[in-house]
Design a protein around this ligand. Structure first.
Ligand SMILES: NC(=O)c1ccc[n+]([C@@H]2O[C@H](COP(=O)([O-])OP(=O)(O)OC[C@H]3O[C@@H](n4cnc5c(N)ncnc54)[C@H](O)[C@@H]3O)[C@@H](O)[C@H]2O)c1
Length: 267
């Protein structure tokens, strides 16, 4: 690998590290030499998943139970990072209550008009307040070394409206609260980029398009037809951008949004 993408000696916190994309990011970051702390809900077993990887990446991978919507747990996460590793170089603000995550938790999707306030509040709390809490606590550590890269993960639906026709008769739906929270992530990124620029901390937004994950074949067909590259993303499609944003390759990029969406937003 080109040295510019080298992540050895870098300490990286990845929230939602046990999920579909988080798992791929973890492997790619470890391969690039980083020390990775995966933070996720206790029930998704970040410690157990880190222990398995630890066999191949000794002292490079750690798991931490953390609900990013709970202030105390986020403070504890970054206290743990400071105590054990001192310096913090990169944070990937990736945890989210996604449509798929909510479906797995038994959430029943209704029309917007019948939607429940509790789903709105839960989504905002994880997908926007959680991103704020993680940014706030990671900034306290990064400021000490006048450097760092914060990667906030949004979605195309934080930028453009969904084509609701592709969700017709599907078990899950695209949620208004998800789009609203992700749009908020863009605002937070820009605010922090101008606020922390003079402190050497870069803040950018990663904007993935839909990633294929055992979706209904009809949904995959509809999504692919709507996408200029003619397919949904594969988790590996995101890795180049993650390595770019985490490494010195992106040393002059801040406050920007980086799309990996197969051209979805170009239409
Ligand atoms: N998969 C896609 O199609 C897609 C598209 C656009 C954007 N994204 C974004 O990419 C990121 C990763 O998505 P994914 O596809 O891997 O989803 P996923 O549902 O597989 O993973 C999300 C992870 O976040 C964790 N999580 C949920 N609530 C949490 C909380 N309160 N505290 C800590 N962790 C919590 C889950 O346990 C899970 O490990 C998300 O921010 C998502 O919005 C995904």
């Amino acid at each position: 690998m080109n040295k510019i993408f080298d992540l050895s000696e870098k300490t990286i916190v990845l929230t939602g590290g046990t999920g579909l994309l988080g798992t791929e990011y973890t492997n790619a970051l470890l391969e690039a030499g980083a020390r990775v702390i995966i933070a996720d809900l206790e029930k998704s077993n970040p410690k157990g998943k880190a222990d398995v990887l630890n066999k191949n990446y000794k002292n490079k991978i750690f798991g931490f139970n953390c609900d990013v919507s709970k202030e105390k747990e986020v403070v504890e996460l970054f206290n743990y990072v400071e105590r054990n590793f001192g310096r913090l170089d990169v944070v990937i603000n990736n945890a989210a209550a996604t449509g798929e995550h909510l479906m797995r938790e038994g959430e029943v999707f209704t029309s917007f008009e019948d939607s429940d306030l509790s789903v709105w509040e839960k989504t905002l709390k994880v997908n926007l307040t959680g991103v704020y809490l993680v940014a706030r606590e990671s900034g306290k550590l990064m400021i000490k070394y006048s450097s760092g890269s914060l990667i906030n993960v949004s979605s195309t639906y934080g930028v453009v409206g969904p084509d609701h026709r592709i969700y017709e008769d599907m078990k899950f739906n695209s949620l208004a609260s998800y789009a609203a929270a992700k749009a908020g992530v863009h605002g937070l990124t820009r605010w922090l980029a101008t606020y922390w620029g003079s402190k050497g901390i870069r803040v950018n937004t990663l904007v993935p398009g839909g990633v294929e994950n055992n979706h209904d074949p009809e949904f995959i067909k509809r999504y692919s037809n709507r996408t200029p590259l003619g397919r949904m993303a594969n988790p590996k499609d995101l890795l180049g951008m993650i390595l770019y944003l985490a490494s010195d390759a992106s040393s002059y990029s801040t406050g920007q949004q980086f799309f990996v969406d197969g051209g979805w937003t170009a239409i």
